[in-house]
Design a protein around this ligand. Structure first.
Ligand code: GLU
Length: 309
C-alpha cells in the first residue's frame, strides 16, 4: 500500500486529497450508511480528490456472508464509483500486528486478561472505564489476553471537526487504557482504522457523528505512531420516527438499487443541498454530477441528528 501520492504543481508539492467510505459488512447498506458514503464521496470529489472504499471486516465473527459484495454492488448502483483497490481489513493483520509491536516495545501497550466484571464498578459518566490493573502485572503471554494502550501521561486532545463543535477529551481520564487487540484474537477498530487511514494516505475523513468521540483515541494513536492526522467531518445521524439511530433500528430497511434515483434525491436533500425537482428521477450519476458542484460544509445541517418521516 502506498501513502498519499504527491504531485508537483508549479514547483510546489501538493498532496492528493483522498477520502474513504469504510463500511463494516455486518449487513446490507441502509439509508444512514449511504448518507455517509455520499457525503464522503461528494467531499472528496469537490476537492478534486480520490474516493476509496475499505471493507472493515476485522471482526470475522460479525461479518455477514455476502454483505461486502452486496455493499459494493449497491454503491455501484448509486453511481458511487471508487478509486483504487478495495481494501479488506482481514488481509491486514501483519500491519496491525507490527503497529502493536511498535507500541509494546516503547512500553505503551500491555497485556491484559481482565474480564469486564473485574472492573465494572469503575465508571466515568456512566461508562465503564478500565482502571489499568494489568499495567504492572507482567502476564504470562501463553494465557489468553488482550492488549491495551497506556493512556496515562497523555494530554487532553482537542479535535476541530469541520462541522461539529470542537471536542476536547482527556482520554486517560474519560476513556482509560483502551483495547488495541482483543482477547478473541481480533485487532480492535481503533488500531486498524488508524493504520489503514495512514497506509492508504487518507487526508479527509467523512463519517457519522456516532464516531466523533472515538476521534481523540485515534488522534492519540496517530501521534504515538507518528502518523499523519487526516481532517474529520462528522455528519449528523439519521433517526427513525421513534428517534432511534437508523443503524440500530428495525426500520433500517436495506436500500434497494431499483429505487436509487428517489433515495439519492432524498440523501442530497438531507445533506443540505437543494436538488431541482427534475432530478428526482434522474440517474444517480446525473444527480451526483450536479451535487459535486453544490457540496459545501456550510450547507450541511448543524443538528446532531435528523429525524426521518
Ligand atoms: N467501519 C465503521 C462503521 O461501519 C466506520 C469506520 C470509520 O469510518 O472510521 O461504522
Amino acid at each position: 500500500m502506498n501513502g498519499a501520492k504527491s504531485s508537483t504543481v508549479t514547483g510546489t508539492t501538493a498532496t492528493v486529497k483522498r477520502g474513504r467510505f469504510a463500511p463494516s459488512p455486518t449487513g446490507r447498506l441502509h439509508l444512514g450508511s449511504l448518507y455517509a458514503a455520499v457525503g464522503s464521496y461528494l467531499d472528496a470529489r469537490l476537492q478534486g480528490g480520490e474516493w476509496w472504499v475499505r471493507i472493515e471486516n476485522i471482526d470475522r465473527a460479525r461479518e455477514v456472508a455476502g454483505a461486502a459484495d452486496d455493499i459494493l454492488r449497491t454503491l455501484e448502483a448509486y453511481g458511487l464509483h471508487w478509486d483504487g483497490p478495495v481494501l479488506y481489513q482481514h488481509t491486514r493483520s501483519d500491519a496491525y500486528r507490527a503497529a502493536l509491536e511498535t507500541l509494546a516495545q516503547q512500553g505503551l501497550a500491555y497485556r491484559c486478561d481482565c474480564e469486564r466484571r473485574d472492573y465494572a464498578a469503575a465508571t466515568v459518566g456512566g461508562e465503564i472505564r478500565y482502571p489499568g490493573r494489568c499495567r504492572t502485572r507482567d502476564l504470562n503471554p501463553s494465557r489468553p489476553h488482550a492488549w491495551r494502550l497506556r493512556t496515562d501521561g497523555s494530554d487532553p486532545i482537542a479535535i476541530h471537526d469541520r462541522l461539529q463543535p470542537p471536542l476536547t477529551q482527556d482520554v486517560a481520564a474519560e476513556v482509560g487504557d483502551f483495547v488495541l487487540w482483543r482477547k478473541d484474537g481480533f485487532p480492535a477498530y481503533q488500531l486498524a482504522v488508524v493504520i489503514d487511514d495512514a497506509a492508504q494516505g487518507m487526508t479527509d475523513i467523512v463519517r457519522g457523528l456516532d464516531l466523533y468521540d472515538n476521534t481523540p483515541r485515534q488522534r492519540l494513536l496517530q501521534s504515538l505512531l507518528a502518523l499523519p492526522t487526516p481532517t474529520t467531518l462528522h455528519l449528523p445521524l439519521l433517526m427513525d420516527v421513534r428517534d432511534e439511530k437508523l443503524a440500530k433500528s428495525k426500520a433500517a430497511v436495506p436500500i434497494e438499487a431499483a429505487e436509487a434515483p428517489a433515495t439519492l434525491y432524498q440523501i442530497l436533500t438531507l445533506l443540505g443541498l437543494d436538488p431541482p425537482p427534475e432530478l428526482t428521477h434522474a440517474a444517480p450519476t446525473v444527480q451526483l454530477a450536479w451535487a459535486v458542484d453544490q457540496w459545501r460544509v456550510e450547507r450541511l445541517p448543524r443538528a446532531p441528528s435528523l429525524r426521518l418521516r
